[in-house]
Write a protein that binds this ligand. Structure first.
Ligand code: KDG
Length: 342
């Protein structure tokens, strides 16, 4: 080999070595700091609910983003307990993720009770703007000191009343109905204020309570009335849209604090993509559910605009009192944000 050829061979060997070193260094910078682990995600709604689909979507996203290292195991139908029990399991660190209605969260942070005030949001667009904006974030920011991470909001939706006693088409018809409500003071005060005999109870006990007539009725979004089969034991439905309930996607702070930044990023990204998916399918499912419920023989009534106005006026003094209890600042901020979003 002549001198020139030997030099060029040496140069290419050196070049290859340099490229390999850079490549390896590049890999070690790029590689995500992610450990293999199992993440338990429990929730109260049926597996077939739109949120159940969204949980599985979230699990797939986490799997993809972590190269299969982070495995989300899903537990629907309240198999890990009620919203409140799961909240506590997250605080204690024996469960990693859940989504809960804001109603039981008000037991930890009173401000979340604002979402149980009637007719707060006119439509989903307003709800999204308030929840994804500063007012919604401010509430999520109160959770870490309670041992929880509020990743973001999903949708539970606009609630409607069902019962087994009689048709409810006017405010007066609510009088004397034993109505299951979510477990917080605001929901209780609102329905008692309308003359119901409001009974707070976890969602996990609801179907049996309706079936055995321990309670006469309940209120939930149409997709839940369908997927939890309440129509089987509730012959009357009233389209009331009296409250929009958000879900909060929650993580255990105890667990979260031990995760690497890359692991937290995977979960945050998956939460964000699944939020858009969850809201989309939740809305589709809600609009399809009405026909299905009618087809099951349920008698459907609707509160007229005048009836809603009557309810609003009747509840005015109660809402004023609740504003003080929830925290006037929070209530005013959320109401103002809702007005701005219209
Ligand atoms: O998975 C969520 C349910 O547990 C619950 O939050 C649903 O709106 C609900 C209710 O009525 O309790």
């Amino acid at each position: 080999m002549d001198m020139k050829k030997r030099m060029s061979l040496k140069a290419s060997v050196l070049g290859l070595a340099a490229a390999m070193t850079m490549g390896l260094a590049g890999t070690s910078v790029m590689a995500k700091d992610i450990n293999s682990q199992i993440i338990r995600f429990g929730y109260g709604l049926a597996d077939s609910s739109p949120s159940g689909h969204a949980v599985r979507f979230f699990a797939e996203e986490v799997g993809k983003l972590s190269d299969g290292k982070m495995k989300v195991k899903t537990y629907g139908n309240g198999s890990l307990g009620s919203d409140e029990q799961m909240q506590n399991a997250l605080i204690g660190g024996s469960q990693e993720i859940t989504f809960v209605s804001t109603a039981p969260l008000a037991g930890l942070v009173k401000g979340f009770g604002v979402f149980d005030l009637p007719f707060l949001f006119d439509n989903e667009k307003v709800a999204d703007a308030v929840l994804d904006g500063p007012a919604g974030q401010k509430l999520l920011d109160t959770l870490p000191e309670k041992g929880l991470i509020g990743l973001l909001y999903w949708e539970n939706g606009f609630r409607n009343i069902t019962n087994s006693r009689h048709e409810i088409s006017k405010m007066e018809d609510i009088k004397g109905i034993k109505l299951r409500v979510m477990q917080n003071e605001v929901a209780l005060a609102v329905f008692n204020g309308l003359g119901a005999n409001a009974i707070p109870m976890p969602f996990t006990e609801l179907f049996t309570a309706l079936e055995t007539k321990t309670v006469d009725g309940q209120e939930n979004p149409l997709s839940t009335i369908k997927t939890s089969k309440f129509y089987e034991v509730q012959p009357y439905l009233t389209i009331s849209n009296h409250v929009y309930t958000p879900f909060v996607l929650l993580a255990s702070k105890r667990w979260w604090d031990g995760l690497t930044a890359d692991e937290q990023d995977v979960l945050k990204q998956a939460a964000k993509t699944s939020q858009a998916y969850q809201r989309k399918i939740s809305r589709e499912a809600d609009s399809n559910a009405l026909q299905y419920i009618k087809d099951q023989g349920v008698k459907v009534s609707k509160f007229s605009a005048e009836e809603k106005e009557k309810i609003r006026t009747t509840l005015e003094p109660i809402v004023a009192k609740l504003r003080t209890e929830i925290g006037p600042e929070t209530v005013d901020e959320v109401m103002q944000a809702a007005k701005n979003a219209q």
